[in-house]
Design a protein around this ligand. Sequence first.
Ligand SMILES: [Zn+2]
Length: 229
Amino acid sequence: MNACPTHGDLLGGYVLGSLEPAEMEEMRVHVAGCPHCGPDARGLGPLPGLLDQIELADVPPPSLSPTIEEAVLDRFARERGPNRPARRRRRLPLRRLAALGAACAAIAVFAFVLLGEDEQDSHAYASAKLAPLVAGSTAGATAWAEDVPAGTRVRLRARGLPAKSMYELWCVRGDGRWVSGGTFRAAGDGRADAVLTAAVRPGDYHVMVVTRHRGGMPGPQLLRGRLRY
Ligand SMILES: [Zn+2]
């Protein structure tokens, strides 16, 4: 959020075009002269256009946890609080909160897309599409593997998993050994977006498997895929 003492809480809504017409006009004039809002608005300017271009199927909906949302709103209220002129020292109207929420969600999606492209295009040495092993399952996942000092960092995006359960990612080595990449949990909508680390090196392993979490031993297998180096 930006540091503008008077109009910071309107900026997100302004950039997304979701304010009332009078406020849009007020912001248009304000942004032109404000040292805080001007640069921020220019930085965020391409956001709505980019969001329109994203195919929804490619991007899981941004899920801000209630804790993160509260933290953002708390910080926002704190930063705004003491310096705010009296006329603005009232509770944020609902539609402003909605605009702020939309702006935060939009920024989350934006960061997510940048991060995703970055990892897929620049750093990943291999990727895998994991398909279901259970008859009738519509679950699936994509994994990207990146070389890090501790071994391999795996970014895993999964969907269609039984909700709120714990899962474990395994890298199956050429010699048959299963190396755990750690555990992750699926959200209430069956999606998961996890960053895990496994002690394997490029070329050591050719298969990734997602199992139910069983604590140390591979549980029942749900998804399996072959690495494409
Ligand atoms: Zn300003």
